[in-house]
Ligand binder design. Structure first.
Ligand code: ATP
Length: 350
């Protein structure tokens, strides 16, 4: 079957008075993985359920390729959409072995192909040694992998995943994620995946869609989302940010960490400047004088909180690679590293 895109057009959805999805338009191309991220309750799962047909469409249109799945007048039932699903409440067939669970959806193929696809899905999800066991003998994480293997084995047109790796420990998570991404890309399926983990989205997604309160705030490749967030909310979703306020003058704004160039803001405009902790560094020789408040070693990085100035001191958070733990009270210099700073007009969403 020809690879096809998933298209959501102007989709809105209400639960009573709550506008859970607010006019979302989003396409996922064949072979593409799009991650939906956003705070809890922002409408990610509802959007996925609408795409799957598990939630009746109230407004807008859902199509796969040129085929309409749901609009004002028509609804294709979920089982006829040729969509692979892995939802949080995945249900495996309890009376079937892992292998048979995976093979279950492989209907219109030869038995040789059925065997081959099942074995491939078992291998890619690291489940070979569990092939002959039954769901009740598996841990939650293992069951989740079976659900994933079962969804992708029939090579559906579209795969919808809701937190598919959440039950797995870190090592297994990497392994299963890589295996799943490889199969999804190989088969040219359009994948829409919900995750609450922004790093996971950065790792796996071709594009990330950031949602807030039902609406889509920004969609783009991970680089764009991280390096060119369209508002303070998107910038802050990917980790802590230092926030400073300042007035634009001579095309720049003064911050406690030096002057930042501005673009497109008139002199006198009050702006908010955001800097990620990793865009600030400690220096032995130059920068703004600061005092270490505390420092914590997190493994790959250390977080150092400093204050600038006396009295109403300004707090700044710094993230450095490896283990660097200056004692509380130490006087240090801090400065920006590179030019990564985001400038927004006040009133843009936090
Ligand atoms: P999470 O990350 O916590 O899973 P989410 O972004 O997936 O959240 P949704 O599950 O889509 O969010 O929920 C969006 C909003 O709609 C929430 O405020 C939720 O309480 C509400 N909601 C979801 N399902 C229903 C329902 N069946 N009836 C009423 N309200 C619902």
């Amino acid at each position: 079957m020809k690879n096809q895109s998933l298209n959501l057009e102007s989709v809105s959805h209400r639960f009573g008075n709550l506008l859970a999805v607010d006019d979302v338009t989003l396409s996922v191309e064949p072979g593409e993985i799009v991650c939906l991220v956003g705070p809890s309750g922002c409408g990610k799962s509802t959007l996925l359920r609408i795409a799957a047909g598990l939630e009746p469409l109230q407004q807008g249109r859902v199509s796969i390729g040129s085929e309409i799945m749901a609009d004002g007048s028509l609804t294709v039932p979920p089982e006829q959409r040729n969509v692979g699903l892995v939802f949080q409440d995945y249900a495996l067939f309890p009376h079937l072995s892992v292998r048979d669970n995976i093979a279950f959806g492989l209907r219109d193929v030869t038995s040789a192909e059925k065997r081959e696809r099942t074995e491939l899905a078992l291998e890619r999800t690291g489940l070979q040694r569990w092939a002959d066991t039954f769901p009740h003998e598996l841990s939650g994480g293992q069951q989740q992998r079976v659900a994933l293997a079962r969804a992708i084995a029939p090579r559906p047109r579209v795969v919808l995943l809701d937190e598919p790796f959440s039950g797995l420990d870190a090592e297994l998570r990497h392994q299963v994620r890589d295996g799943a991404a490889a199969i999804l890309r190989e088969t040219g399926v359009a994948t829409l995946m919900v995750t609450h983990d922004s790093e996971e989205a950065m790792y796996i997604a071709d594009r990330i869609a950031v949602m807030r309160e039902g609406s889509l705030r920004q969609i783009g490749p991970p680089d764009d989302i991280y390096l060119q967030p369209t508002d303070a909310f998107v910038a802050a979703f990917f980790g802590d940010v230092n926030r400073f306020r300042g007035l634009v003058s001579m095309a720049g704004v003064e911050t406690p960490l030096g002057r930042v160039d501005t673009n497109g803001f008139a002199d006198g405009t009050e702006v908010e400047v955001l800097m990620r902790p990793e865009a600030v560094v400690l220096s032995d020789t130059e920068g703004t004088v600061a005092t270490v408040k505390n420092a914590r070693f997190l493994g790959r990085t250390s977080l150092i909180d400093v204050t600038i100035g006396d009295g109403e001191a300004i707090a700044v958070r710094i993230r450095v690679a490896g283990r660097q733990l200056p004692a509380a009270g130490t006087r240090v210099f801090v400065r920006r590293s590179g030019d990564q700073a985001f400038i927004f007009a006040p009133g843009t969403p936090k």
